[in-house]
Design a protein around this ligand. Structure first.
Ligand code: FE
Ligand code: FE
Ligand code: ZN
Length: 270
């Protein structure tokens, strides 16, 4: 969702399609500046979430942010954006801020990892109430975070690790070569061995338009891609993933999301 219509409105919209969590962009996903701060609206959403028993929600950083850009100015933009977003999220305490770790663009993954950790070390505050999530990436182009090892290396280089978690995107890990359709248990065991399941805080549930390991990052509707409905339903039902917020990022309108939520809830009961 987009925060353009306001925070409380997003909460009502989520309820109207049978959701008890949602993800929203903190600002235009392909732009930069945020709209005026409306703390009353944010607090109204917080009250609604409490009243209606929401799970934690996910604020998503803009795609334009690259925490490991070679250019100093671009890295400064990433730092400023993240710092401002995190300051604002203090009006909705206890939720998640998810970002794409970055693209190293010819610098190499090792330098990318180092710069991402530097950015996080510059913006994380001991007193903050938001957990920052590194999203698992498909490995398109020079994306950092294409493997569990890369995410672990970022976490290892961050000082305030208590404020860090991981968001697992089913399309991205599939495109990254992790066979969640054929061997979900094995992928989660690997996640646990490399990163630790205690770091896994949220799921992006998407089908993929491309086969395993394609490194493309094209989301498909549930059941209309290579992962398939049964495997995606199995993700929602897996014992070690219970209680995590699950957000759809499928190419849908509101009615499409309502139908996918209804389908997944029905399959969950089976
Ligand atoms: Fe994302
Ligand atoms: Fe995602
Ligand atoms: Zn994606």
């Amino acid at each position: 969702m987009s925060s353009a219509k306001g925070y409380a409105h997003m909460g009502e919209e989520a309820l109207s399609i049978g959701a008890d969590t949602f993800q929203f962009f903190t600002r235009n996903p392909r732009g930069g500046s945020a709209k005026a701060l409306n703390t009353a609206d944010m607090e109204a959403l917080g009250a609604l979430m409490q009243r209606r028993g929401f799970a934690k929600i996910i604020a998503h950083a803009p795609y334009t942010l690259n925490a490991c850009a070679a250019d100093d100015g671009l890295r400064e933009f990433a730092r400023n954006t993240m710092a401002e977003d995190l300051a604002r999220l203090e009006y909705l305490p206890g939720n998640y801020y998810n970002f794409h770790p970055g693209s190293h663009v010819k610098q190499g993954a090792e330098i990318g990892i180092e710069k991402i950790a530097q950015t996080l070390n510059a913006v994380l505050r001991p007193e903050q109430h938001t957990t920052v999530l590194l999203e698992t990436m498909a490995g398109k182009g020079s994306e950092v975070g294409r493997s569990f090892e890369e995410l672990r290396a970022i976490i290892d280089a961050v000082e305030l690790q208590d404020h860090l978690g991981v968001c697992l995107d089913t399309c991205h890990v599939w495109d990254g070569g992790y066979d969640i359709a054929g061997n979900l248990d094995g992928v989660l065991e690997e996640f646990d061995r490399v990163i630790g399941l205690d770091r896994l805080k949220a799921i992006h549930l998407n089908d993929s338009m491309n086969p395993l390991g394609a490194h493309k990052d094209r989301h498909a509707k549930i059941g209309e891609g290579y992962i398939g409905t049964a495997a995606l339903s199995a993700v929602t039902k897996h014992p070690v993933l219970q209680g995590l917020p699950v957000c759809l990022e499928t190419p849908n309108d509101l009615q499409g999301y309502a139908a996918e939520i209804a389908l997944l809830r029905t399959l969950y009961q089976e």
